[in-house]
Design a binder for this molecule. Sequence first.
Ligand code: GLV
Ligand code: GLV
Length: 355
Amino acid sequence: GKYRVISTKPMPGNRWINLLIEQDCRLEICTEKKTILSVEDILYLIGNKCDGVIGQLTEDWGETLFSALSRAGGKAFSNMAVGYNNVDVNAATKYGVAVGNTPGVLTETTAELAASLSVAAARRIVEADEFMRAGLYDGWLPHLFVGNLLKGQTVGVIGAGRIGSAYARMMVEGFKMNLIYYDLYQATRLEKFVTAYGQFLKANGEKPVMWKRASTMDEVLREADVISLHPVLDKTTYHLVNKERLAMMKKDAILVNCSRGPVIDEAALVEHLKANPMFRVGLDVFENEPYMKPGLAQMKNAIVVPHIASASKWTREGMATLAALNVLGKIKGYPIWSDPNKVDPFLDENSPPPA
Ligand code: GLV
Ligand code: GLV
């Protein structure tokens, strides 16, 4: 191969590997045992000749790595993630390295996990499972693991982009929930969907679902019974859900986060969970991964899973393929396939699988 391409981790499937090697690339996949590579580890991998890198969200892609990649002749970097808060895009641009991410292929998979956590929290599935395995079940009781009925309640979505909209559709259609959302942009397609679904229910003699676009985030927090967070993590969304905002929520609300950990002030959340036993959370992401803030692991009203929202086989293979296409395309002189700074008209909440 003419081009040296590095993947900092082995990734699912073979398609991404074949794509690269069939197109003149010499692919090196780092098989280092430790989970999170340091900047020094990656500098060593880049060496003095490297055309492109596929990296992971656990890595700090800033000034140091992009200047090194540029010196090694590198033209492209792709994160294997839709989120790119670990990537300093300005630094990449300064050193002439194009950046790509992997949107679209993970939309439904991620929304499905947010929906799963919502239902698991509402029906206390994890607590009940622990109870059962501990041998504590000694017969049916009227009070045993009583949770919340979702039907007719209100789902709140903060950040109604691709993933937030897909989640909203699942909750509205699957559980006949009303919707309130907050986003800087109007989620036109989502609004149309909920309107049409409401009309369908009405035509069938059922109570129609309602929707509302909130003018502030606080309105969503005050009114919704289940709230799922789907913003991009940046300076404006850091600790978006803090002590004050937790206090605005209903005492028995459910909060789900499959976006990025720092969107919630996790220490404040632990205090809130302690003070409000009826309040429940489903968390896929944490403020300081892989750690949890002290006390969180002991809370019965919290469900915690290790950043697996995009972890379906189809999606992870798709993410790997997109990441490879991003790097390969740029090396071959095309614009980056999916540039996080540009809205790609072909990637929407119903985007097709990559070919
Ligand atoms: C995963 O967290 C992603 O951003 O794709
Ligand atoms: C519960 O199992 C019921 O039959 O109501």
